[in-house]
Write a protein that binds this ligand. Structure first.
Ligand SMILES: NC(=O)c1ccc[n+]([C@@H]2O[C@H](COP(=O)([O-])OP(=O)(O)OC[C@H]3O[C@@H](n4cnc5c(N)ncnc54)[C@H](OP(=O)(O)O)[C@@H]3O)[C@@H](O)[C@H]2O)c1
Length: 261
């Protein structure tokens, strides 16, 4: 049984996959928990299991992050109760060419993957800054760096997570608030039932297990890494990606010669 730390964590998407593992690992570190997702029955099972195994308090917050009234309820919860550790993990993908993707699915992906993540971060941040402690983990995807013909919306939502989180990290520099951008590759979860990926058709070496991902994320935080790519052995590669982006960005008022007739 873990001794509670007096700290609190809110994990979104805690009814399955990566979120369940975050909840477990944070409970093992003594965090009391608030577990958020739509499937309340699943959340209750997770909460019961984690309280029994780790001796922490685990509350359930059933909310649909595509519904603005629910997001506002969670924001209010964060403003009133505060949290020491926010994991913005809830998210989903449907891979299909944009012309075939239902408009509602385009909207829902943006609402959950982008808007809810931004609003919950915004709601949690002032309390963390005021208390002088806090951690925010935002779950992105390797596909944020790999736009292709069936993932325009999903890849776009995760590219938002990347820039949002990197800019936020600059904003909290010099405070005791930590921010992490987690960039998973292919992780064995229910995500693929919705996205339409058959994991059996991928080389087994490509698939990471959720506990390995989450343990790497927590280790990355201990190492002070802003960007954590658990499957990337060379962190210099990540630094070079950002350097290349900077090099490509326009920093002159002069039109380049090839555009001048
Ligand atoms: N698995 C991968 O290969 C992979 C790769 C890169 C990135 N990711 C990212 O990792 C994160 C977690 O995904 P996962 O792999 O653990 O998938 P998962 O097992 O399907 O879990 C997704 C979680 O998000 C919750 N969720 C989805 N829509 C929601 C909504 N409208 N409101 C509230 N909660 C919602 C789900 O709960 P309910 O259905 O109960 O609401 C569930 O708890 C996602 O952001 C995903 O984009 C996954």
């Amino acid at each position: 049984m873990t001794a509670t730390s007096g700290l609190h964590a809110l994990v979104t998407g805690a009814s399955s996959g990566i979120g369940v593992v975050y909840a477990d690992r944070l409970a093992a570190r003594g965090f009391d928990l608030t577990l958020l997702a739509r499937r309340e029955d699943r959340l209750r099972d997770v909460a019961r299991d984690l309280s029994a195994r780790h001796g922490v308090t685990a509350d359930v917050l059933a909310a649909d992050l595509a519904e603005s009234a629910d997001v506002r309820r969670v924001e209010e919860y964060l403003r009133v109760h505060g949290t020491d550790f926010l994991v913005n993990n809830a998210g989903f993908a449907v891979y299909r060419p944009l012309a075939d993707l239902p408009e509602d699915t385009v909207e829902e992906m943006i609402l959950v993957n982008v808007l809810a993540l931004a609003r919950l971060t915004r709601a949690a941040l002032p309390g963390m800054l005021a208390r002088g402690r806090g951690t925010i983990v935002n779950v992105s995807s390797g596909l944020s760096w790999r736009p292709f013909r069936t993932n325009a919306t999903y890849s776009g939502t995760k590219a938002f997570v990347n820039n949002f989180t990197r800019a936020l990290a600059e904003e909290v520099e010099g405070t005791n608030v930590k921010v992490q951008l987690l960039v998973p590759g292919v992780i064995r979860t229910e995500f693929h039932d919705t996205s339409g990926t058959d994991l059996d058709r991928l080389p087994p070496g490509m698939i990471m297990e959720a506990p390995d991902l989450v343990d790497a994320s927590l280790k990355g935080l201990d190492l002070g890494e802003l960007v954590c790519v658990p499957a990337q052995p060379d962190p210099e590669v990540i630094a070079r990606v950002f350097e290349a982006q900077l090099a490509a960005s326009p920093r002159s008022g002069e039109v380049a010669p090839r555009y001048r007739s």
